[in-house]
Write a protein that binds this ligand. Sequence first.
Ligand SMILES: *Cc1c(COP(=O)(O)O)cnc(C)c1O
Length: 343
Amino acid sequence: MPLSLRVDALRWREHLRSYVAAHPEVVPVVKGNGYGLGRRRLAQEATALDVRTLAVGTYEEIPDVTDAFAGDLLVLTPWRPGAGGAPAVDDPRVIHTVSRPEDARALTGSGARIVLEVLTSVRRHGITLGRLGEALGHLDGVSFEGWALHLPLAGDRQQEAQRLVRALPDAGRTATAVWASHLDAAGATSLAETTATPVRLRVGTALWLGDRAALHAKASVLDVHRLRRGESYGYRQRRSRTASTLLVVAGGTAHGVGLEAPSAAGTARQRVLALSRGGLAATGRTPSPFTVGGRRAWFAEPPHMQCSLLWLPDSVEPPAVGNEVDVEVRFTTTLFDRIELTG
Ligand SMILES: *Cc1c(COP(=O)(O)O)cnc(C)c1O
């Protein structure tokens, strides 16, 4: 009785293959919850895609992918001295991201494979242009595998990438590659031309979740209860204002459903907006991500740990126990009970 992800495998894999074929070297990113599909499964798919390098988010994620993927592993979180749980710093499969000159200095002579992350307008991690020369000065006895650029999703990232690589020491030509995120095929190609260096695209969302129509999130209907007017229900013992139906569906906080904290309507302005809509939201009901009978269903109360209570007006035909309803999820925050590849 689960929250399920159905993957139309033929269609999904066709998208994966065509994405890889249409771009310069793709470095699939497998991190966090594996974009809803799981890190290990994605590592297996990356093996089938025949890519050279896989990117993981953290050192802690490495053990999940090492069996399923035999190539190089780029760690996106920057290396820091004493990085707990890290493999040997000179593990020949691991490429470390170095984001501070002092970390480059700490790795001098270690035999580590590294990329130097350049600070972009995202301002997450990275070495400012002015200190790149200093970092380059510490690369004796390490294998320098390129520059890394983490570009924003908004703004002209194309232009930013070009501006940054032109400002790199030796215009980037000291490196064997530029590892970029969030560039399209044309952007990557022109970056490769500017730097006369291969570009490797670190891609997660556009690859794994790029064809949403191949992915169907479904919630089992666990129970259906008739409610008379005035009857109470739920942890919060709200009362039904009309005769209606209470639907219990799979999918709760443990699955990442309802992180929007439904009735905790944040600001006063949001509450006023809800009131002015005169809708159920003002009484504590908020739209749920579940679709029942072609319509977005209301939460009867905030999601429980593994299921949610939905309120159906009598105008909606309730589904039967054991049926499934569609649920709109954010894949990067959803933990499915079951993932089924078909086709
Ligand atoms: C997570 C991450 C990516 C992948 O991001 P998507 O938006 O999922 O493609 C790429 N580069 C870096 C540095 C990341 O941390």
